[in-house]
Design a protein around this ligand. Structure first.
Ligand code: GLU
Length: 327
């Protein structure tokens, strides 16, 4: 298959919404989408909507449809991508496997990926190196298997595929958190680019997509800060020019727990019913993002002339429960 070329990065900012439709849109996702929108639009840029439905077990088209409707209702519109472009289907990751496969093969031919037969329990074993946050550093167990060993193991287990990393620092300047440096050999080890069920991993898919879709600015939650060096490494291996990265703090509850899809209450569908219009929700998020002094109803366009990224906190942001009206 002919490899698609990266779109020219010259010209205006191209940002993106990249939601995973494994649940319904909630306040935390919207916070991130609002900021991605403001970053791009305040500099005259465009937004692409890409649906990250790689995992067929967790993601459904129904949830993606609802998610798009909720974004639109909030005024967070996009210029290109799922639901609007002529080739709209190609903005769903579930429809892009052939594209990922072509790049995966390229990495395989260059012997940069190898099959890993380790079971979950082997990876999580007490002696496996862990980082303080519980993430596992892959010890390289399957990296040097001989072809015969691989063949024997393949009789018993379908492998995942890992990308060999180098023992060198990867540095970048995050638009919000400043200068960062990671050594993948110390902080992740060789990481998975294709799962044993054949699904391509997030790190590979998102990098290929951002490059081919001509994304020049990635704005996303700071939980993905440590994914960025993995993606930058893939950019380098595949010869793509990386976008700028800007990570933003997460919304958390009073106990510091991240708002997530489990908090059904904060789904936009519930808030939509409670508030009836998007303005109070946008106003609340603008307040949490440090853009206005107190929550007041606003439309996204009202924020464009006043948007100042320096006013966004760098620590996670507590959503006071009294500010959420559910009934
Ligand atoms: N799909 C991811 C999410 O919904 C975001 C990935 C990204 O922004 O790179 O959390």
């Amino acid at each position: 298959m002919l490899l698609e070329q990266q779109k020219s990065a010259a010209g205006a900012v191209v940002g993106r919404f990249a939601p995973t439709p494994s649940g319904f849109l909630h306040l935390g996702n919207v916070f991130c989408s609002l900021l991605a929108w403001l970053y791009a639009k305040s500099s005259g840029g465009r937004i692409i909507l890409r649906i990250e439905d790689l995992d067929p077990q967790r993601c459904t088209r129904l949830k993606a449809d609802q998610l798009a409707r909720d974004l639109e209702w909030l005024g967070l519109t996009w210029d290109e991508g799922a639901y609007v472009s002529a080739n709209s289907e190609l903005y769903f990751q579930s429809q892009r496997s052939e594209i990922y496969a072509a790049y995966f093969e390229q990495l395989e031919t260059r012997e940069l990926v190898y099959p890993c037969f380790c079971s979950r329990s082997e990876l999580h074993a007490a002696e496996a190196p862990h980082l303080s946050d519980g993430r596992i550093i892959y010890a390289g167990t399957c990296r040097e298997l001989t072809p015969e060993q691989r063949q024997a193991k393949a009789q018993k287990r379908v492998p995942a595929y890992r990308l060999k990393v180098e023992d060198v620092p990867i540095s970048f300047c995050d638009g919000h958190y400043g200068s960062q440096s990671y050594n993948l050999a110390e902080e992740s080890g060789d990481f998975i680019v294709r799962r044993s069920d054949g699904v391509f991993a997030y790190q590979l898919a998102v990098t290929i997509d951002d490059a081919l879709m001509g994304i020049t600015q990635v704005v996303r939650g700071c939980d993905l800060l440590s994914s960025t060096p993995m993606q930058l490494y893939i950019y380098r291996l595949l010869g793509f020019t990386p976008p700028s990265f800007c990570h933003i703090p997460l919304l958390v509850d009073a106990t510091g727990r991240r708002l997530s899809k489990r908090d059904g209450d904060l789904e936009i569908a519930s808030l939509r019913k409670a508030y009836g219009s998007p303005e109070p929700i946008i106003g609340l998020l603008a307040y949490l993002a440090g853009q206005i002094e107190k929550p007041e109803p606003l439309r996204v366009d009202d924020l464009l002339p006043i948007f100042n990224s320096h006013n966004i906190s760098t620590t996670n942001i507590i959503v006071p429960s009294e500010l959420i009206r559910l009934q």
